[in-house]
Write a protein that binds this ligand. Structure first.
Ligand code: PLP
Length: 457
């Protein structure tokens, strides 16, 4: 087939051969792809050499930025020594052991064991399966319903798509599974009643959660899944008091909490885990993305003793734990993850986020008075700017106008890659971003916003 590639651009070849995730395939035939060919620090470069600041760290993952040679060295060394091995059937390898030990040591609440997986979806899918397994182990076969929130993002496997609370992940896939119960999205700006304080809003959502659990029957509800800060649903920072009030309800009815730290884990919110920033007490934590700085696919499920003891007993009875992925805990990915965690510690990434995070948040808040900006929100090095048609009434633009997408397209022209979630635009740059680079990112964003304002008003 290689002769077919001669004299054809990458763009043409892409259009003919690649079906893209999260892309309109019909429009793609007209626009073609943005082909990224290399990266350096917080920037990536397209095949014409143009530079872009990666305002979303790829897919919220490349925490150490591009070109981190220590990760390259860790991968190549492991690749030479043991490029593949696995953890099935009593086998082990040193990178996986060391990674699990390090994760247990970092865990924000006491955790007993780690199950290694390959992606955020696989980690959450594994959590779901182990919750079910535990219920059977405990002789509570009816206690299997799970609750996830509107606008949650927990993955796209057949099971985790149903946890995800976004219509685009359900439509025409015959999803969601009705066994997944839906709680409200804790977005104060959009979902609070007029005059309702953040605390009152949190109190109401906790009361609604309790009513849902009671209506379903507490003995049928197993777990509540939550991202500390909801990412793909629009960067929703929980309102004051939210997790304390939710946690009290979960404790009352013996409902497990799964903290999906796939985006928040490893410093994004200013502490090592969003669990610490917002005071969660999870029974299960899932991590991915920042675990390897996105350099290789790897994810993990951290399990408390409350999970581990019944699972071990059940698997012992059955004769094996019948779950595992070929690439779960892949040695090269695990070696890169171990090196990533070492770098976070040695360079004190949390102190860095503590220094530069306020620059991002203050800079974003600088747009709050702009006539099209309805809300600016964020914490640490994650944030969003939501555009509205009417600031006073918070009325959104007609989605058909694609204002958020237009802003992102303009930003791209100005050398800044961002992501639109409806008319909210997300920022989650590499954690290693400097103050000067944040300033440059915001300057590029201001240019894009000015362009879109001229088009919209
Ligand atoms: N959970 C959260 C919070 C995520 O943001 C994502 C991906 O963006 C996932 C889970 C799914 O991860 P993956 O795309 O690696 O399957």
């Amino acid at each position: 087939m290689s002769s077919l590639s001669h004299n054809r651009t990458l763009s043409e070849r892409d259009r003919d051969a690649v079906l893209h995730p999260y892309t309109n395939p019909i429009r793609h035939q007209e626009t073609g792809p943005l082909v990224i060919s290399r990266g350096e620090g917080v920037r990536v470069f397209d095949d014409s050499g143009k530079d872009y600041i990666e305002g979303l760290a790829g897919l919220w993952c490349t925490a150490l930025g591009w070109g981190e040679e220590r990760l390259v060295a860790a991968a190549s060394e492991q690749m030479r020594r043991l490029p593949f091995y696995h953890l099935f059937g009593h086998k082990a390898h040193d990178p996986a052991i060391e990674l699990c030990e390090r994760l247990l040591a970092l865990a924000p609440v006491p955790m007993s064991k780690v199950f290694l997986t390959g992606s955020g979806s696989e980690a959450n899918d594994t959590a779901l399966k182990l919750i079910r397994y535990r219920a059977n182990a405990l002789g509570q076969p009816q206690k299997k319903k799970v609750i996830a929130r509107d606008r949650a993002y927990h993955g796209v496997t057949l099971a985790t798509s149903s946890l995800t609370g976004l219509a685009v992940n359900h439509r025409s896939f015959d999803l969601p599974d009705p066994a997944v119960l839906r709680a409200a999205c804790p977005h104060h700006y959009r979902n609070a009643r007029p005059g309702e304080s953040e605390e009152d809003f949190s109190t109401r959502l906790a009361a609604e959660l309790e009513a849902l659990i009671l209506a379903e029957g507490p003995d049928t509800v197993a777990a509540f899944f939550a991202e500390p800060v909801m990412g793909a649903g629009g960067v929703i920072v929980p309102p004051a008091g939210y997790f304390a009030k939710i946690q009290a309800v979960l404790d009352k009815y013996d409902v497990l909490l799964v903290a999906d730290e796939v985006i928040c884990g490893f410093g994004r919110t200013g502490k090592m885990f969003g669990t610490e920033t917002f005071g969660l007490r999870p029974d299960i934590i899932t991590v991915a993305k920042g675990l390897s700085s996105g350099y290789l696919p790897i994810s993990a499920v951290l399990l408390s003793e409350k999970m581990v003891a019944p699972i071990v007993a059940e698997a012992g009875r059955i004769g094996t734990l019948g779950h595992g992925f070929t690439y779960g805990g892949h040695p090269v990915s695990a070696a890169v993850a171990v090196e990533t965690l070492k770098i976070y510690a040695e360079r004190d990434i949390l102190a860095h986020v503590g220094r530069v995070g306020p620059r991002l948040q203050d800079g974003l808040r600088g747009f709050a008075n702009h006539p099209l900006v309805g809300e600016v929100r964020g914490v640490g090095l994650i944030g969003a700017v939501e555009l509205v048609a009417d600031k006073a009434t918070k009325a959104a633009f007609d989605p058909a106008r694609g204002v958020g997408a237009a802003l992102v397209a303009r930003a791209q022209q100005h050398g800044l890659i961002l992501r639109a979630m409806g008319d909210a635009v997300a920022f989650a740059p590499p954690l290693v971003i400097s103050e000067d680079e944040i300033a440059e990112m915001l300057t590029r964003f201001a240019r894009a916003l000015a362009d879109v304002t001229a088009e919209v008003i």
